[in-house]
Design a binder for this molecule. Structure first.
Ligand SMILES: *Cc1c(COP(=O)(O)O)cnc(C)c1O
Length: 239
């Protein structure tokens, strides 16, 4: 093995142990939680190594970086998740490689995604990104729809050709009533998921938890954790 492959294998094993321990502590089966490795700022060569090591889900947050990386890795059996704030002028590009967009947070974005998915002949999975720190504007600082807006936006996604409503996503807020209370934030997301599934029973995905708080997310009931730093290392720049 190369040094980098050794390093990533070791990091993956540690993350796997953390997820397994968190599942055991919560009385959940290990296969209830899917690991998504966030490869943003890291090269396509790392994505290739991760694929060789058995990773099947990767995530990116900037189309400029993700589009060429996904193209270089198009021969690999990977699902690509888009997790960043998404401008409508990038939607055509993102729809070209993303299997799931986790950051759906406004109706204009839904309209654009649907139009481009139909054009490309693809079905795109959508998670609504919930902003638990949304202020009066109804939007979070890092994107996301306020909890009060979830039902309406979900209805719109479910009715849009080319789109599939898969569930909810959140990032633990740095401000507001949930700042520093990841467990409470993720439990709130689970409550919203329970409400959502009454109207949309197939929308079972709950994406929450990153390197620092994956245990809290698994304890709360997350089905997907998004881990970057703990697998790839501290990012060379903010991303
Ligand atoms: C970068 C990022 C992650 C991963 O964060 P780490 O702390 O590196 O594990 C997860 N989710 C989103 C939306 C991200 O942008």
């Amino acid at each position: 093995m190369t040094d980098r492959k050794d390093e990533l294998a070791g990091n993956l094993a540690k993350v796997e142990e953390r997820i397994a321990a968190a599942c055991a502590a919560a009385g959940r089966r290990r296969d209830e939680v899917t690991l998504i490795v966030v490869t943003k700022t890291y090269p396509a060569s790392d994505v290739r190594i991760l694929s060789e090591l058995g990773v099947r889900h990767v995530a990116e947050n900037r189309d400029q970086d993700a589009a060429p990386k996904a193209a270089e890795c198009s021969d690999l059996p990977l699902q690509w998740h888009f997790v960043g704030q998404l401008q409508t002028n990038k939607v055509r590009s993102v729809v070209g490689y993303a299997d799931v967009v986790q950051s759906v947070d406004r109706s204009r974005l839904v309209t654009a995604l649907s139009k481009e998915a139909v054009r490309a002949g693809r079905e795109i999975g959508c998670l609504l990104q919930v902003a638990l720190d949304a202020g009066a504007s109804g939007r979070g600082e890092r994107g996301g729809v306020a909890p009060e807006g979830v039902e309406e936006l979900a209805g719109l996604v479910a009715a849009s050709p080319g789109l599939r409503l898969d569930g909810l996503m959140t990032v633990a807020p740095l401000t507001g009533e949930y700042a520093g209370r990841q467990r409470a934030a993720f439990e709130r997301l689970m409550d919203l998921s329970t409400d959502l599934r009454r109207a949309h029973p197939a929308a079972t995905m709950v994406s929450a938890g990153m390197s620092a708080d994956l245990e809290e997310a698994v304890a709360a009931g997350a089905t997907h954790v998004r881990v970057g730093t703990a697998v790839l290392g501290v990012r060379p720049r903010l991303g």
